[in-house]
Design a protein around this ligand. Structure first.
Ligand code: GDP
Ligand code: MG
Length: 161
């Protein structure tokens, strides 16, 4: 089954997006960064196509054991995915780690898009401008919390499923 992975730094809203797409509250969301320790998957669909949605722990560049497990989970998620949504945070802005992961995804040739989350208002949507330096990648301003523009992402990915 087509595997759609959600990746991004801790606290950007990956689990909120997972819940929004799955339409149910399955992933655990929390204000505490890195709260999703286990991968959570759900089979869901968009229009007439079924796919597996995979929520992952946030990637972080720290060295303790838990973080190391998260990193391994992160690389496994990338490997297994047919398509990835890289979630970034409009309220934080462009982060060095986002650029590193973006470059990495380009190099390994996985199809992906960037979802600039927490773009809750038109004003916040302006924040996506700085993300255009990522180049030729499709960039969608979304609000996972309010469901804003999430359908656009699914319509785009639909052609890959
Ligand atoms: P994760 O660590 O990437 O899985 O992030 P979570 O989904 O657990 O969300 C982290 C925090 O960001 C929670 O307090 C969410 O309510 C909040 N959040 C998620 N999506 C949005 C959004 O679209 N807008 C706003 N304002 N907050 C959001
Ligand atoms: Mg999470």
């Amino acid at each position: 089954m087509f595997n759609l992975g959600i990746i991004g730094r801790p606290n950007v809203g990956k689990s909120t997006l997972f819940n929004r797409i799955a339409g149910r509250r399955i992933a655990i969301t929390d204000d505490m960064p890195g709260v999703t320790r286990d991968r959570i998957e759900v089979e869901t669909s968009w229009l007439d196509k079924d796919f597996k949605l995979v929520d992952t722990a946030g990637f972080d560049l720290q060295a303790d054991v838990l973080k190391k497990e998260m990193q391994e989970q992160f690389f496994k998620a990338i490997e297994e995915a047919d398509f990835l949504i890289l979630v970034v945070d409009a309220s934080v802005g462009l982060h060095a780690l986002d650029e590193i992961v973006c470059d990495m995804l380009r190099k390994c040739g996985k199809p992906f898009i960037i979802a600039v989350n927490k773009a809750d208002s038109n004003a916040r949507e302006q924040a996506i401008n700085e993300f255009y330096k990522f180049g030729d990648v499709e960039i969608f301003p979304i609000s996972a919390l309010h469901g804003r523009n999430v359908d656009d992402i699914l319509d785009y990915i639909y052609t890959y499923i």
